[in-house]
Design a protein around this ligand. Sequence first.
Ligand SMILES: O=C(O)CCC(=O)C(=O)O
Ligand SMILES: [Fe+2]
Length: 189
Amino acid sequence: MMLDLFDTPVLPGLAERPDIIDRSEEQMLIRRIDESDLKPFRFQGWTGKRFTTSFGWCYDFEAGKPMEAPPIPDWLEPFRDRAAHFVGLAPDLLIQALLIRYDPGAGIGWHRDRPVYEHIIGISLGEPATMRFRQRRGEGFARASMPLEPRAGYHMSGGARYDWEHSIAEMEMPRWSITFRSMANAYAR
Ligand SMILES: O=C(O)CCC(=O)C(=O)O
Ligand SMILES: [Fe+2]
Protein backbone atom coordinates (compact mmCIF):
# COMPACT_ATOMS: atom_id res chain seq x y z
CA MET A 1 0.00 0.00 0.00
CA MET A 2 1.31 3.43 -0.89
CA LEU A 3 1.99 6.15 1.59
CA ASP A 4 -0.52 8.90 0.86
CA LEU A 5 0.73 12.33 1.90
CA PHE A 6 -2.28 14.31 0.79
CA ASP A 7 -5.93 14.64 1.73
CA THR A 8 -7.12 11.14 0.98
CA PRO A 9 -6.94 9.10 4.17
CA VAL A 10 -4.28 6.41 4.16
CA LEU A 11 -6.90 4.01 5.52
CA PRO A 12 -10.65 4.35 6.05
CA GLY A 13 -11.26 5.91 9.46
CA LEU A 14 -7.94 7.78 9.64
CA ALA A 15 -7.79 11.57 9.60
CA GLU A 16 -5.11 14.11 10.44
CA ARG A 17 -5.21 17.76 11.46
CA PRO A 18 -1.83 19.53 11.10
CA ASP A 19 -1.03 22.13 13.77
CA ILE A 20 -3.91 21.33 16.10
CA ILE A 21 -1.67 23.04 18.70
CA ASP A 22 0.97 25.74 18.26
CA ARG A 23 4.63 25.69 19.31
CA SER A 24 4.16 27.40 22.65
CA GLU A 25 1.31 25.04 23.54
CA GLU A 26 3.53 22.14 22.53
CA GLN A 27 6.31 23.32 24.89
CA MET A 28 3.81 23.79 27.72
CA LEU A 29 2.29 20.34 27.17
CA ILE A 30 5.69 18.64 27.08
CA ARG A 31 6.56 20.30 30.39
CA ARG A 32 3.22 19.28 31.89
CA ILE A 33 3.68 15.68 30.75
CA ASP A 34 7.21 15.56 32.18
CA GLU A 35 5.91 16.97 35.49
CA SER A 36 3.15 14.34 35.65
CA ASP A 37 3.38 11.20 37.70
CA LEU A 38 4.57 9.03 34.79
CA LYS A 39 5.12 5.33 35.32
CA PRO A 40 7.00 2.96 33.03
CA PHE A 41 4.56 0.92 31.00
CA ARG A 42 4.43 -2.57 32.53
CA PHE A 43 2.96 -5.67 31.02
CA GLN A 44 3.37 -9.17 32.41
CA GLY A 45 6.51 -8.28 34.31
CA TRP A 46 8.07 -6.50 31.34
CA THR A 47 8.94 -2.81 31.85
CA GLY A 48 9.23 -0.47 28.85
CA LYS A 49 11.04 2.78 28.08
CA ARG A 50 7.63 4.29 27.54
CA PHE A 51 6.26 6.31 30.45
CA THR A 52 2.55 6.86 30.85
CA THR A 53 -0.18 8.21 33.05
CA SER A 54 -3.96 8.33 32.52
CA PHE A 55 -6.84 10.53 33.57
CA GLY A 56 -10.54 9.72 33.63
CA TRP A 57 -10.05 6.03 33.02
CA CYS A 58 -7.00 3.88 32.77
CA TYR A 59 -6.64 0.40 31.42
CA ASP A 60 -5.00 -1.94 33.89
CA PHE A 61 -3.06 -4.30 31.62
CA GLU A 62 -2.09 -6.51 34.56
CA ALA A 63 -5.73 -6.90 35.68
CA GLY A 64 -7.04 -6.77 32.08
CA LYS A 65 -9.79 -4.25 32.82
CA PRO A 66 -10.46 -0.50 32.82
CA MET A 67 -10.30 1.34 36.14
CA GLU A 68 -11.23 4.82 37.27
CA ALA A 69 -8.32 7.29 37.25
CA PRO A 70 -7.93 10.88 38.57
CA PRO A 71 -10.10 13.43 36.70
CA ILE A 72 -8.80 15.18 33.59
CA PRO A 73 -6.86 18.21 34.93
CA ASP A 74 -7.76 21.81 34.04
CA TRP A 75 -4.66 22.37 31.92
CA LEU A 76 -5.70 19.48 29.64
CA GLU A 77 -9.37 20.48 29.20
CA PRO A 78 -8.87 23.00 26.34
CA PHE A 79 -7.01 20.33 24.37
CA ARG A 80 -9.72 17.78 24.99
CA ASP A 81 -12.19 20.34 23.64
CA ARG A 82 -10.03 20.86 20.57
CA ALA A 83 -9.63 17.12 19.98
CA ALA A 84 -13.40 16.64 20.28
CA HIS A 85 -14.09 19.55 17.93
CA PHE A 86 -11.70 18.10 15.36
CA VAL A 87 -13.76 14.89 15.11
CA GLY A 88 -17.22 16.36 15.82
CA LEU A 89 -17.77 14.69 19.20
CA ALA A 90 -19.02 16.29 22.42
CA PRO A 91 -15.93 16.85 24.64
CA ASP A 92 -17.37 14.97 27.61
CA LEU A 93 -17.53 11.81 25.49
CA LEU A 94 -13.72 11.78 25.59
CA ILE A 95 -13.60 10.08 28.96
CA GLN A 96 -9.93 9.19 28.91
CA ALA A 97 -6.68 11.10 28.46
CA LEU A 98 -3.42 9.18 28.22
CA LEU A 99 -0.07 10.99 28.46
CA ILE A 100 3.01 9.25 27.08
CA ARG A 101 6.71 10.05 26.99
CA TYR A 102 8.81 7.83 24.75
CA ASP A 103 12.42 8.00 25.86
CA PRO A 104 15.15 7.32 23.30
CA GLY A 105 14.87 3.67 22.28
CA ALA A 106 11.16 3.47 23.10
CA GLY A 107 8.34 2.71 20.70
CA ILE A 108 5.02 0.94 20.87
CA GLY A 109 4.56 -2.57 19.53
CA TRP A 110 1.82 -3.89 17.25
CA HIS A 111 -1.61 -3.64 18.87
CA ARG A 112 -5.23 -2.62 18.52
CA ASP A 113 -6.54 -0.36 21.26
CA ARG A 114 -8.71 -2.08 23.88
CA PRO A 115 -12.32 -2.70 22.77
CA VAL A 116 -13.71 -0.74 25.77
CA TYR A 117 -12.75 2.38 23.83
CA GLU A 118 -14.14 3.62 20.54
CA HIS A 119 -12.75 6.86 19.08
CA ILE A 120 -9.04 7.52 19.46
CA ILE A 121 -7.67 11.02 19.00
CA GLY A 122 -3.95 11.62 19.40
CA ILE A 123 -1.79 14.74 19.56
CA SER A 124 1.86 14.22 18.66
CA LEU A 125 4.60 16.27 20.33
CA GLY A 126 8.34 16.69 20.02
CA GLU A 127 9.69 14.73 17.05
CA PRO A 128 8.25 13.51 13.77
CA ALA A 129 7.30 9.85 13.92
CA THR A 130 5.51 7.34 11.73
CA MET A 131 2.46 5.38 12.72
CA ARG A 132 2.64 2.01 10.96
CA PHE A 133 -0.42 -0.11 10.19
CA ARG A 134 -0.69 -3.75 9.22
CA GLN A 135 -3.46 -6.19 8.45
CA ARG A 136 -3.04 -9.90 7.98
CA ARG A 137 -3.46 -11.07 4.37
CA GLY A 138 -2.93 -14.80 4.01
CA GLU A 139 0.70 -15.55 4.81
CA GLY A 140 1.73 -11.90 5.01
CA PHE A 141 0.50 -8.43 5.84
CA ALA A 142 -0.90 -5.46 3.99
CA ARG A 143 0.88 -2.39 5.31
CA ALA A 144 0.28 1.34 5.44
CA SER A 145 1.79 4.24 7.33
CA MET A 146 0.83 7.72 8.46
CA PRO A 147 3.37 10.43 9.27
CA LEU A 148 2.87 11.91 12.75
CA GLU A 149 4.13 15.47 12.55
CA PRO A 150 4.74 17.28 15.81
CA ARG A 151 1.69 19.36 16.83
CA ALA A 152 -0.62 17.39 14.53
CA GLY A 153 -3.79 15.70 15.70
CA TYR A 154 -4.91 12.36 14.32
CA HIS A 155 -8.16 10.44 14.56
CA MET A 156 -8.35 6.66 14.42
CA SER A 157 -11.80 5.10 14.05
CA GLY A 158 -13.64 2.59 11.88
CA GLY A 159 -11.55 0.26 9.75
CA ALA A 160 -8.17 1.72 10.68
CA ARG A 161 -8.97 1.35 14.36
CA TYR A 162 -10.72 -2.05 14.39
CA ASP A 163 -9.40 -3.97 11.38
CA TRP A 164 -5.73 -2.93 11.43
CA GLU A 165 -3.01 -3.06 14.07
CA HIS A 166 -0.76 -0.05 14.62
CA SER A 167 2.70 0.55 16.05
CA ILE A 168 5.44 3.18 16.27
CA ALA A 169 9.04 2.08 15.74
CA GLU A 170 11.68 2.81 18.40
CA MET A 171 13.04 6.31 17.94
CA GLU A 172 16.41 7.88 18.74
CA MET A 173 14.86 11.10 20.02
CA PRO A 174 12.25 11.50 22.74
CA ARG A 175 8.64 11.98 21.70
CA TRP A 176 5.48 12.77 23.67
CA SER A 177 1.83 12.12 22.89
CA ILE A 178 -1.59 12.81 24.33
CA THR A 179 -4.38 10.40 23.45
CA PHE A 180 -8.07 11.00 24.13
CA ARG A 181 -10.52 8.12 23.87
CA SER A 182 -14.28 7.71 24.01
CA MET A 183 -15.98 4.71 25.58
CA ALA A 184 -17.47 2.15 23.19
CA ASN A 185 -21.28 2.06 23.31
CA ALA A 186 -21.33 -1.49 24.51
CA TYR A 187 -19.42 -0.43 27.64
CA ALA A 188 -21.02 2.98 28.29
CA ARG A 189 -22.69 3.26 31.69
O1 LIG B 1 1.88 7.73 20.91
C1 LIG B 1 0.94 7.66 20.11
O2 LIG B 1 0.64 8.62 19.37
C2 LIG B 1 0.15 6.37 19.98
C3 LIG B 1 -0.08 5.62 21.25
C4 LIG B 1 -0.92 4.38 21.07
O3 LIG B 1 -1.07 3.81 20.02
C5 LIG B 1 -1.62 3.83 22.25
O4 LIG B 1 -1.35 4.25 23.39
O5 LIG B 1 -2.48 2.95 22.08
FE1 LIG C 1 -2.78 2.49 20.09
